[in-house]
Design a protein around this ligand. Structure first.
Ligand code: AMP
Length: 112
């Protein structure tokens, strides 16, 4: 099982915000902004580079969920960023696709 599958299975503790049949949302353990949440599909797609055409609906759901959680956590109007790190140069550290939702402070661009 991946780390995030273990969180979904409650084998590893996390501050879970929401879940449904397709995804789980929880606070990042090492937040890089006042709001730093991960939106994770329960299907263990390794990374965006490995997503398939048939995953399109699920990928769209992750983005819409990130927007919903931004509203729930009060950063929809101030602004937020969604990030997917894919592969070594993308900065991916957990090989289970996830969307970062970051906000609550001005975020610099470009990223490092
Ligand atoms: P990435 O580097 O894009 O693969 O993102 C992985 C993220 O997972 C990082 O921001 C980590 O801080 C976060 N993370 C790692 N372990 C945990 C955990 N047990 N609970 C919550 N977030 C985690």
């Amino acid at each position: 099982m991946t780390l995030f599958e273990k969180i979904a299975a409650r084998q590893i503790p996390a501050k879970i915000i929401q879940e449904d049949d397709d995804l789980i949302v929880f606070h990042d353990i090492n937040p890089q902004a006042p709001v730093h949440v991960l939106v994770v599909p329960k299907k263990p797609i390794t990374r965006l580079n490995h997503a398939k055409e048939e995953d399109g609906k699920l990928l769209g759901k992750l983005l819409l969920k990130a927007r919903e959680i931004a509203g729930l956590l009060g950063i929809a109007e101030s602004g937020f960023r969604v990030v997917i790190n894919s592969g070594r140069d993308g900065g991916e550290s957990v090989p289970h696709l996830h969307v970062h939702l970051l906000g609550g402070r001005p975020l610099a661009w470009p990223p490092g």
